[in-house]
Design a protein. Structure first.
Length: 539
C-alpha cells in the first residue's frame, strides 16, 4: 500500500512527537512507542499506557482491526467517526471501535484529546481508502502495464549497453595498440604495453558488469512497487544502497566544518614551508648569512624543520579526521606503531647518525675521504646512508651509523688552502752522500705533475738502519682526487733520478757476499755478465 501524501504529512509530526526524549515532548524519555501498519506500511505511532497494554500490543490490535475493516467490502470508511466518552475519545466504524485516544496520548502530542482523535480518524479513513484502491482491479491492471513497460525498458537498456560495449571495445584496442606505450625508467621496462591494454579491457568489462548490476538493482524494487503484495519490499531493497549513500553524504556534510579547519591548517602550513624553503635557498646560495650557521646546513635544516612541522600539523588535525576516535582506527594506529618500532631500530640509528654528521661537517659531496677501509669521493650524503665512489670507479654505500662509528679521514678539507702532504720513503746505502740523495728526491718531486712548488717539498731522514738510511720525501698537492696518479708518477721519477745518478735504492734490502761487481741497480740496457767471484782462504 502506498501511503497518501496527507497521511505521510500527518504521520511525520505524530512520529516526531512520540519519540522518547524529544525536546517538544513533556513526558519523560522512558516511554515506549510502536507503529500501526496496514499492508506493510506505517499508519501512525502509538504510545504505551500505564497499567495497560504495551505499545507493541496496542499497535498490533489496532492494525488487525484496520485490516478487518479494509477487507470488508460492506464497511464504509466514510462512516469512521469519533465518539466522546468519559476520559477517552473512541474512533469507531458504526459500533465497531477501532481505537481509543486518552488524555495521556493528547499530552504526548501537544494537542487536545478531541483534536488528536479527529486527526487519527482522518488518517485511518485515508489509509483504508488507499488500501482498497491499491487492491482494486484498475490498480492491479495499471500496475501490470507499468511492469511490462518497465521490463521492456530494462531489456532495451541491457541491449543498448551490450551494443555500446561491443562497438567501442575494438576501437579501444585499436587505439591502445597505436598509442599506449610501455612504462619504462631508463632501460628498465616497468609495465608492458600489452599489460596496460589488458587493464583497459578489464576496466571496460568491469564497467559493463557494474552498469548491468545497477540497472538490475533499480529494476527489481521499482517492479515490486507496482503491486500491493510486494510494495513493502521496495523501501527495504532501495535502503540497501541508498541508506549507505545517504549516510556517507550526511557524514560528509557534518564533516564540512572539520574539513574547512583541516584545509585551512594545511594551506597555512604549506605556504609557511614555502617561505622557509625560499629562505633556506637564499642561505645556501650565500645571499643571506647568519653568524655561526654554515651555508651547507640550510637544506638539511629545512628538511628537519619540514618534518617537525608536518608532524605537529598531523597531531593538530588528527582529532578532526573522520573515524579518528573509533576503536578500530586506534587499534590500527597502535599496531602500525608497534611494527614501526620493531622494524626501524637500525633505520632510526642511521637517521640520528645522519643528522649528527650533517652538523659535524666531517665532509661534503665531492671530498676525497677514507672511511674504514674505503677510499674515494663522496657522491651523496642522506639521512640514512653515505655513498662513496672509489678510485676504482665502484660505488660503495655505507650506513651512517657505521660512518659515525669509524675514523673519517678527509683529504680534501685543507687541500684548497694549505694543500695536503704526500710522502714516500726510500732506503739508500751509507755509501751515498745524503746531500746527493736529497737533491735526487727533490728533483723527482719537481718533475712530478700535481706537486706544488709552494710550499716547497722537504725531506726527513727517519731512520739509520743496519744497512741503509731511510729518507722520507714530503711534497704538497692541491688535488687529493689525483693522489693515486701523483704517487705513481712520483715513484717513477724517483727511480729515473736515482738510476741516472747511479745511486742504488736499497729497497727491498737483501744480503750477500760482494766483491767489485757492479751495484744492483736498473739500467737502460742489460748489464754485462759479472766476472767470476773468487774467495781466497788464508792458510
Amino acid at each position: 500500500m502506498a501511503a497518501s501524501p496527507l497521511s505521510l504529512l500527518l504521520l511525520l509530526p505524530l512520529s516526531a512527537k512520540a519519540q522518547p526524549g524529544s525536546p517538544s515532548a513533556p513526558q519523560p524519555a522512558a516511554v515506549s512507542s510502536a507503529a500501526v501498519t496496514l499492508g506493510g506500511l506505517p499508519v501512525m505511532v502509538l504510545r504505551a499506557r500505564p497499567l495497560s497494554l504495551s505499545a507493541d500490543e496496542r499497535a498490533q490490535r489496532v492494525s488487525e482491526r484496520l485490516r478487518k475493516i479494509s477487507r470488508d467490502p460492506l464497511a464504509d470508511a466514510d462512516r469512521i467517526s469519533v465518539a466522546e466518552g468519559d476520559g477517552a475519545s473512541d474512533i469507531a466504524l458504526d459500533d465497531f471501535v477501532i481505537m481509543s485516544v486518552t488524555d495521556r496520548d493528547a499530552r504526548a502530542s501537544g494537542l487536545t484529546r478531541q483534536e488528536l482523535a479527529q486527526e487519527y480518524a482522518g488518517v485511518i479513513r485515508q489509509a483504508v481508502l488507499t488500501y482498497r484502491g491499491d487492491y482494486s482491479f484498475r490498480a492491479l491492471l495499471s500496475g501490470s502495464l507499468y511492469a511490462l513497460l518497465l521490463t521492456a525498458g530494462f531489456l532495451a537498456a541491457l541491449r543498448l549497453l551490450g551494443h555500446f560495449y561491443n562497438s567501442y571495445l575494438p576501437r579501444l584496442n585499436a587505439w591502445a595498440q597505436g598509442s599506449v606505450k610501455s612504462i619504462t625508467i631508463q632501460n628498465i621496462e616497468l609495465v608492458n604495453a600489452g599489460y596496460i591494454t589488458g587493464l583497459l579491457n578489464g576496466f571496460m568489462k568491469a564497467a559493463r558488469l557494474l552498469a548491468t548490476l545497477l540497472l538490475l538493482y533499480f529494476y527489481v524494487p521499482v517492479l515490486l512497487s507496482f503491486f500491493p503484495w510486494t510494495r513493502s519490499f521496495t523501501p527495504v531493497l532501495f535502503g540497501y544502497l541508498l541508506d549507505p549513500v545517504a549516510s556517507l553524504f550526511w557524514s560528509f556534510v557534518g564533516y564540512v566544518p572539520n574539513l574547512i579547519f583541516v584545509a585551512v591548517t594545511v594551506i597555512v602550513v604549506h605556504y609557511l614551508l614555502s617561505l622557509l624553503r625560499a629562505l633556506a635557498e637564499e642561505v645556501h646560495c650565500g645571499h643571506v648569512t647568519f653568524n655561526g650557521f654554515y651555508a651547507d646546513w640550510s637544506r638539511p635544516t629545512f628538511q628537519i624543520i619540514r618534518f617537525l612541522v608536518w608532524a605537529f600539523t598531523l597531531v593538530l588535525v588528527f582529532p578532526y579526521l573522520p573515524g579518528s576516535h573509533s576503536p578500530a582506527f586506534k587499534g590500527v594506529s597502535v599496531f602500525l606503531g608497534v611494527l614501526f618500532s620493531l622494524g626501524s631500530t637500525s633505520a632510526i640509528a642511521n637517521v640520528v647518525a645522519g643528522i649528527m654528521l650533517t652538523y659535524m661537517r666531517p665532509f661534503k659531496p665531492g671530498d676525497r675521504v677514507k672511511i674504514a677501509e674505503t677510499v674515494g669521493d663522496i657522491t651523496e650524503r642522506s639521512l640514512l646512508v653515505t655513498r662513496i665512489k672509489t678510485i676504482k670507479n665502484i660505488n660503495v654505500t655505507v650506513p651512517n651509523s657505521l660512518v659515525l662509528g669509524s675514523h673519517i679521514v678527509n683529504y680534501s678539507s685543507l687541500s684548497e688552502k694549505e694543500g695536503i702532504i704526500l710522502n714516500t720513503t726510500v732506503t739508500i746505502g751509507y755509501d751515498a752522500p745524503w746531500v746527493r740523495v736529497h737533491e735526487l728526491l727533490l728533483g723527482a718531486a719537481a718533475a712530478t705533475a700535481g706537486i706544488l712548488k709552494e710550499p716547497k717539498p722537504f725531506i726527513l731522514q727517519t731512520a739509520l738502519n743496519d744497512y741503509n738510511v731511510s729518507y722520507e720525501l714530503n711534497a704538497y698537492t692541491g688535488t687529493p682526487a689525483a693522489m693515486a696518479r701523483i704517487y705513481s708518477d712520483l715513484h717513477a721519477n724517483i727511480q729515473d733520478q736515482f738510476n741516472a745518478a747511479g745511486v742504488e735504492i736499497m729497497s727491498p734490502a737483501y744480503m750477500g757476499l760482494r766483491d767489485a761487481n757492479a751495484p744492483a741497480r736498473p739500467g737502460p740496457a742489460k748489464p754485462a755478465a759479472a766476472a767470476a767471484f773468487k774467495v781466497n782462504i788464508g792458510r
